[in-house]
Write a protein that binds this ligand. Structure first.
Ligand SMILES: Cc1ncc(C[n+]2csc(CCOP(=O)(O)OP(=O)(O)O)c2C)c(N)n1
Ligand code: SF4
Ligand SMILES: [Mg+2]
Length: 290
């Protein structure tokens, strides 16, 4: 770890416009600190988001960034990573963005084990659109779109990741800064698809899952004798909820990445391969069709 952390190099000229107290501030700070701790160069980092309060993050982060379409951040990030695998690619977004409209991309990126990091600011609500039910809203919760209480069973992102092929699966809380920074640094360093689901309270529209509510319940798996190579144990921990909620690393495994297996990469990274074909290649191609 460097002696002084140069967090300022990951600050942008634009200040966050989130509500005072929004959990996303803690996520932004942790990501800046994690990237500084890893001594990354901003020119080698790409942060991609979808749409939502949380998805505004790349604008507040000092690196290359892309604010894409609602639910499409993971797909765009996959393209960027496959085009130039030398980039450190981080996706940042919300529960609505990633676990609702974008869930298909999320699952496929996990099963491909693309080497990228996905940070989800999970506030269990649609913040930007002013408080509708999201895929992680708790059952029976009254929201703007569920005035008589939600009737849909929420998605458990950790469980989903555990059965979809993600090779690093963690959960943080924006009220536990040191742990969150450590999880992000480890996720970025991990070779393969890493998920960091973060409880990032929406202080304006989610009046149930607040900072005090989480503080009463969260504990650190790494201080509770959890074996992070045991998938079944991880599933059990992921299912805890009402009284005790696990944070930390649920699962970590070293599996081959998509990039390591894709035959096209044997000629080097696509971004660095020469464009077009020479006469010799063209003749060989024509011959192969005869
Ligand atoms: C295709 C499409 N559908 C719907 C919307 C409207 N929309 C914008 S953000 C959002 C949900 C945001 O929720 P989340 O991803 O949880 O982010 P948060 O604001 O809570 O951080 C929705 C439904 C949109 N922009 N595009
Ligand atoms: S509405 Fe909620 S999620 Fe959006 S900035 Fe405000 S506190 Fe954060
Ligand atoms: Mg949300």
């Amino acid at each position: 770890m460097p002696e002084t952390l140069e967090i300022s190099k990951f600050k942008s000229k634009i200040s966050p416009d989130w509500c005072p107290g929004c959990g996303d501030f803690g996520v932004l700070f942790s990501l800046q600190k994690a990237c500084a701790t890893l001594n990354l160069d901003p020119k080698d980092v790409l942060v991609v988001s979808g749409i939502g309060c949380s998805s505004n993050l790349p604008g507040f982060f000092g690196s290359y960034g892309m604010h894409t379409l609602h639910g499409r951040a993971v797909a765009v990030a996959e393209g960027a990573k496959l085009g130039n695998p030398d980039l450190t690619v981080v996706v940042t977004g919300g529960d609505g963005d990633g676990y609702g409209i974008g869930i298909g991309h999320f699952i496929h990126a996990m099963r491909r084990n693309i080497n990228m990091t996905y940070i989800v600011m999970n506030n269990q609500i649609y913040g930007l659109t002013t408080g509708q039910c999201s895929p992680t809203t708790e059952l029976h919760t009254v929201t703007k779109s569920t005035p008589e209480g939600s009737i849909e069973i929420p998605i458990n992102p950790i469980e989903l990741a555990l059965v979809s092929g993600a090779t690093f699966i963690a959960r943080g809380f924006s009220g536990s800064q040191d742990l969150l920074t450590d999880l992000m640094a480890k996720a970025i360093q991990h070779k393969g698809f890493s998920l960091v689901d973060v409880f990032s309270p929406c202080v304006t529209y989610n009046k149930k899952n607040t900072y005090p509510w989480f503080r009463e319940r969260v504990y650190n798996l790494q201080e509770d004798n959890h074996n992070k190579s045991d998938q079944d144990a991880a599933l059990k921990r992921a299912r805890e909820w009402d009284t005790r909620i696990a944070t930390g690393i649920f699962f970590e495994v070293d599996n081959p990445t998509y990039e390591e297996q894709e035959p096209a990469y044997k000629f080097g990274s696509p971004a660095k391969q020469k464009l077009g074909l020479n006469q010799e290649d063209i003749q060989a191609l024509i011959k192969s069709f005869k």
